[in-house]
Design a binder for this molecule. Structure first.
Ligand code: GAL
Length: 689
């Protein structure tokens, strides 16, 4: 079995379904479930995610009978299974026998049993038992024809992403020893001469706990790296068992979108299929914009391969302070947005709404009113529609623009309080840069700072606080090959051990960008500095820098206020046909739009201006067909110009659209046209309130 064959789900349509928790219901309900699943077009369910205690009722005593029956009922109904290894939460008996496996918080308090995920990722006991449980599941069900995917654990790091217990501390020390070799290496890396932190024995080294004052930043950064690695090791333990017993079955673990705590590039290397759980807030009318970035990450984690939206809410969730339901049509467009961005299906948490427990107010495909619930009507309607979208399965989003996501830079720039400003936030910057490109009509991929960049004309790097020579060389190679790269503020500042690069920022990016930064100049709360670009002034509310442009860099924009007035704010250095831009400030929305317009033009890419920001067009392509999703996330009717003769897969069969298409509020069209060199250009004609 090759890796490539494991990348495809054995489904002949887009995946549709949700988490299924039959052990919360009497058996009679299961048959009703399958009847309604079939009615709703469900073809895949995830189970039994949290059922270890119901499967191993006491140490070594398994009760498989109920799960055997559930699987047969589903199989008989033609429903396939994303089979969980059931290791998302430990049974009480295991925790009580081994209380040392419970996680600790940063203040040394043990977190108790009573919720879920009550384990320390480094616990040898837990690791031994998850391997045992994964093997038991694989041996019992791995050959069953209904099982098409392994669902390992659940949302690693959801509740417990970092643990400070003695076992984690010991594991952290081993991890540090592996990284730095010996104590001299550690002392050098951590720069312990500052504030007198020299270590003379390994047992003096601790995870960064609450201390008397600001903690060593390299210690903090290493703890972030270690904690992500500890969960990755845990994931690998199960994956190794599953690959050994069932080498043909693809493996996944569900991600949580752009999640700070885990380096998903490294997790994705271990799995066959990327899956994501996405919960855009229905109370936020712009939630589809960061959602597009999350989906761009998901399709990029395995080089453009289709991924799968494994969880979303049919309506309200139950974990925000105020849980607003999704208005009619919102669940449909949210699902179709994920599919537009490369998901080969749309799944939910969960199939049937719980009657008890922590999630009884969380919506489900089948609400408390059962088949009479609004969510069921809407999910059944969407299930019917998705069958018409079967041709988009296995097609790929074509994007020419990528945004660099780097967890080291994210962790490094946010783990410590000892920074020029706490207001320059990695995620906020990444989202703002993405939002500008999104507003200019681009579906943005994500990429590592080392590439590969060959699919792109424009690569943007909102922040690369931690940077090394290999990243700089890759970005320089891209510019030398004719690419346009745009680097954001406070990049190239420190190396992997958090030491400022000799000569200061942008360190290894100095040659690429052709500038030096003399000093960061953060903007105090409430003050708004100004940047002038092409005769217009834009707000810079958070961050500015004293930039010294070299002879080869030209100044694109200057500061127009404050101590830096008249100095460079945005620069460009040409590299043959390519170019490298530096944006030494955090611009507000309109300023970023202005910079991205210029960068797109420099890259030879169109800026697809939108009259209504809420209409999004994304194209997935097969070898010969472009499927362009036109999604109206807004509250107004939009009229768009589309290629004449396009067929809307969601419209009346055989009807041709164009050159104009009316897209109602929350409406979606999926236009099939012959594959063109450039994805179809969708322009907005007008809107009506
Ligand atoms: C996810 C989790 C699910 C469910 C869902 C509710 O984080 O994986 O089990 O709790 O949230 O929104």
């Amino acid at each position: 079995m090759t890796d490539a064959t494991r990348r495809h789900l054995r489904l002949d349509a887009l995946a549709y379904g949700g988490d299924y928790n039959p052990d919360q219901w009497p058996e009679a309900v299961w048959h009703d479930d399958v009847r309604l699943m079939r009615e709703a077009g469900v073809n895949l369910v995830s189970l039994p995610v949290f059922s270890w205690p119901q499967l191993e009722v006491s140490p070594g005593a398994y009760d498989w009978a109920w799960l055997d029956r559930v699987i047969e009922v589903l199989w008989a109904g033609g429903i396939r299974i994303d089979l969980a290894t059931a290791t998302a939460t430990p049974p009480a008996w295991l925790v009580r026998r081994h209380p040392e496996m419970l996680p600790w918080d940063a203040d040394g308090r043990r977190l108790e049993f009573g919720s879920r995920q009550a384990y320390c990722p480094s616990s040898p006991v837990w690791r031994e038992h998850v391997a045992r449980m994964a093997r038991a599941m694989a041996e019992r069900y791995g050959e069953h024809p209904a099982v098409v995917l392994w669902h390992v654990s659940n949302e690693y790091g959801d509740h417990v992403a970092r643990c400070w217990c003695p076992e984690s501390a010991a594991h952290f020390r081993r991890w540090l020893e592996g990284r730095y070799g010996d104590l001299d290496g550690l002392n050098e890396a951590w720069g312990v001469n500052v504030w007198g932190q020299r270590y003379t024995a390994w047992d003096e080294v601790e995870p960064p706990r609450r201390a008397t004052g600001p903690v060593n930043p390299t210690q903090l950064l290493d703890f972030e790296r270690f904690s992500s690695d500890a969960l990755l090791e845990l994931f690998r333990i199960e994956v190794d068992v599953l690959r050994e017993v069932t080498p043909d079955l693809p493996v996944t673990t569900n991600f949580m979108s752009l999640f700070r705590e885990l380096d998903y590039w490294r997790f994705a290397e271990v799995e066959d299929l990327v899956t994501d759980d996405a919960y855009p807030d229905p109370a936020d009318p712009r939630a589809h914009v960061p959602a597009a970035l999350n989906y761009g990450l998901m399709r990029s984690l395995k080089g453009g391969q289709p991924w799968l939206l494994l969880e979303q809410a049919a309506s309200a969730v139950s974990w925000r302070d105020v849980n607003v339901p999704k208005a009619p049509g919102r669940m449909r467009i949210d699902s179709l947005q994920a599919i537009a961005h490369g998901s080969d299906g749309a799944m939910f948490f969960q199939w049937r709404q719980a009657r008890y427990g922590q999630e009884k107010f969380h919506s489900a495909m089948l609400g408390h009113r059962g088949e009479h619930s609004r969510t069921f009507r809407e999910t059944a309607a969407l299930g019917r529609e998705l069958r018409r979208l079967a041709p988009v399965k296995d097609t790929r989003v074509r994007s020419r623009v990528a945004l660099v996501v780097d967890w080291d830079a994210w962790w490094g720039s946010t783990a410590t309080e000892s920074m020029p400003s706490q207001c320059l936030d990695w995620l906020a910057q990444a989202r703002a840069w993405h939002a500008a490109l999104h507003a200019l009509g681009h579906a943005v991929d994500t990429v590592r700072a080392t590439g590969p960049f060959d699919a792109y004309d424009l690569v943007v790097v909102p922040n690369l606080y931690v940077a090394d020579a290999a990243q700089a060389a890759a970005l320089a190679g891209f510019a030398a090959d004719g690419g346009t790269v745009v680097v954001g503020p406070f990049s190239g500042v420190v190396d992997a051990t958090e030491k400022v690069h000799p000569g200061g920022a942008p360190g290894p990016l100095r040659h690429l960008l052709g500038i030096e930064v003399d000093e960061p100049w953060p903007v105090p709360d409430g003050a708004h500095e100004r940047v002038e670009l092409d005769g217009r002034a834009y707000d810079a509310p958070v961050w500015t820098e004293w930039i010294e442009p070299g002879a080869e860099a030209s100044v694109v924009a200057r500061f127009a206020s404050g101590a830096l007035a008249g100095r460079a704010a945005v620069t460009r250095r040409g590299h043959g046909d390519g170019s490298a831009w530096y944006v030494g400030t955090a611009l507000a929305e309109d300023g970023l739009l202005a910079v991205m317009r210029l960068a797109l033009a420099d890259a030879g890419l169109p800026a697809r201006e939108r009259i209504v920001p809420d209409v999004e067009a994304v194209t997935r392509s097969s070898a010969d067909v472009d499927y362009t999703f036109v999604l109206n996330h807004g509250a107004a009717v939009a009229v768009v110009d589309v290629p004449a003769g396009a067929e809307d897969l969601l419209g009346d069969p055989g009807t041709r659209t164009g050159p104009r298409l009316v897209v109602p509020a929350l409406g979606v069209a999926v236009l099939a046209t012959p594959r063109a060199d450039e994805p179809p250009f969708i322009t907005l004609s007008e809107t009506t309130e």
